[in-house]
Design a protein around this ligand. Sequence first.
Ligand code: ADP
Length: 487
Amino acid sequence: MRVVMVGAECAPFAKVGGLGDFIQGLARALAATGVEVQVLLPYYRGLLPEPFVSRLEPLDVAVSIPLDGAALECTCWRLRAEGLDCVLIDPAGDWFRRPHVYGEPDDGLRFALFARAADALLRRPGWRPDIIHCHDWQSAQLPALQWAVTDAGEPPVRVCLTLHNLAHQGLIEPAVLARLGVDVGTLLGPGPLDDPAAPGRANLLRGAIHCADFVNTVSPRYAWEVLHTGQGMGLQGVLQAHVDKFGGILNGIDDALWDPRTDPLIPVHYGPDSLSLKARNGEALRRRLGLRARAAPILAVVSRLDAQKGVELILGGIDSALALGCQVVLLGAAPDAAVAARFAAKREALADCPDAHLELAFDEGLAHLIYAGADMILVPSRYEPCGLTQLIAMRYGTVPLVRRVGGLADTVVDANHSDRPVGERNGYLFEAQTTEAVHAVLGRAAWLWRHHPDHFDRLRDNGMRADHGWRRPAARYLDLYRGLLGA
Ligand code: ADP
């Protein structure tokens, strides 16, 4: 079986958040079962880490797509590294020679162009896969293109779409698609890309939900929430209409890469059988970030800082944690200037505090040290399709404190308020989106850390021993692909 993943991120080549981990983890896990997997990404010139640039092999396949009535040539590069087989699409011009993966004013056109080129490549002789697996809006034009144009004499390729975040849907002007030579008349007015909430514009994600052979989100609970609560972000109608091809598959983490027994980015290795060594990573974390040495639990936040992640609750949580005698480390990057300013002001206010450090950046190495050194992690998301930080934290014996929503609710079992056996309890849940609720949950966790460290270690141990690897989810995706192929 040949599967091609098409998306905007794949760690360690391009990562902004969980999408990068997901494509990396699923592709590696499927390859380990013998599936032929390839990942299609844009070639982000200037962002691809240097050691990988020298490993690029030019591919002898020219892809040309229409742009404004002329032909835009796209070079393709192969990158085989880290157990992954990637093809990087490199359109002539500065489309992907930018300082960031996302956030450019012409993102709509940039990624429409990427998806159009991916579609053209996958129709070339010898490149046709059995399954095209698309991710989020950046590749969401592909299912519509495959739906609209079938290649004569070829069986249709089966197309899956995974929804990692419904907040970003790829709303673009039909003129953008027309510039790329797309037959807009087939797709819009009326057509699958029509969005009743945005008349006259094309909604790529909506179109992909309509046209894909299967659609899933990344946890069963989020799948239910987008259908039945206010979380559908305008897509609940189209999802309900296609409920017979819709589901939720819980994400995994790559437990070979996220492993405190072997992680090259942490100073002291440890595992469930040597948990006492974890404290030495806490000492290293304090030294690195200038926190004073103290017998206090370290609360961590590792997050993109945007509205989804619960900005107010993170800021309130920092104050609560300090008031409860904890130490706090935050690692986060805020793409939005107003949110960035709020965290910068907080960092300023805490500049002389010996118990807090806010690092406003994206830093993979520091993230690993924080997972290893912290005692608890706070994830107070407003909504959370799956969430990986709580899973990674558990693997490192760091206890998650999370809102009972989406994938957080599917993966965290409350230490006190659960009907599940003690051996399955691994963290703390809270419900309300209030600073009081965050304060209460922090109080429960800090109390246990201080007064019953053996019970707290039990929570760590349960989290570390649970299987959150990719094997199980990869087997479910494989079943899904087989089902679509009638195999
Ligand atoms: P999302 O995809 O919504 O950002 P997830 O919890 O699914 O959230 O995935 C977040 C991923 O990004 C994790 O691997 C986490 O460690 C990483 N991450 C988030 N913020 C940072 C940061 N500032 N520096 C390094 N890694 C980060």
